[in-house]
Design a binder for this molecule. Sequence first.
Ligand code: SAM
Length: 250
Amino acid sequence: MSAQEPLPGTRPAGTRDEREAARAVREMFTRIAPRYDLLNRVLSLTFDRRWRRRAAAAVESQLTSRQACALDLCCGTADLALELARVGRGRVVGSDFARPMLVRAREKSAAAQAGLLLVEADALQSPFAGNQFDVVTAAFGFRNLANYRRGLEEIHRLLKPGGVAAILEFAVPQRGVFARLYRFYFRSVLPRIGNTVSGVRGPYSYLPASVEKFPGCEQLAQWMEQAGFRAVSYQTWTGGVVALHQGVKG
Ligand SMILES: C[S@@+](CC[C@H](N)C(=O)[O-])C[C@H]1O[C@@H](n2cnc3c(N)ncnc32)[C@H](O)[C@@H]1O
């Protein structure tokens, strides 16, 4: 794929373009918001907590000053934003375009006295001025963007020079018995549990489908470089089930 070619973004079933895809994603997360946290814990066997904790630890060194500012895009119910607030000393902003997720995020921030600033916004058209964040993160949200190239450009725009992007996403383990078992779980078991517990048909079938269509780790790293990031690296965790990509704004 050349640097000029538009990169793909998510396309939930039945959507034809970016606008329809974004609307479908927003509706999906609006509908599952009440059971989102519970399902995260159950479906990941609580690994999701560890993954976010590790992601926050990976950027902790950028957040040691009181002046530091972090933005968690697609923050959902704020689990990663809360981790960032726990490890850092500065301000943490979370943004998401599904209001019911933010309502839950506000309750959790208040309960933890974390002082998160929560903003309803589309990650592809952030209302924030450029060059102001030391860290921009996205946990399990980037894959849902309707245009990945624009998502990366936007993250790059928002970061201060020298600031760090960290993208935590699901990946597909490739080889071995674990990979086969995981695929069976992810494709066949997870959607059933998700659909039953959430009471909503669709989103938990979209999850494995969107992960399988999402670019591989090497491809995403290459796109980050094309978007202007330097020192791009990634690591996979838990047998390759998730990957954390990082890059520095040059
Ligand atoms: C799988 S959830 C992840 C939430 C949270 N980051 C976490 O770790 O649990 C994906 C979130 O991304 C949000 N999202 C997806 N596309 C978005 C966009 N274009 N702008 C803002 N939020 C978006 C959804 O509303 C949803 O809350």
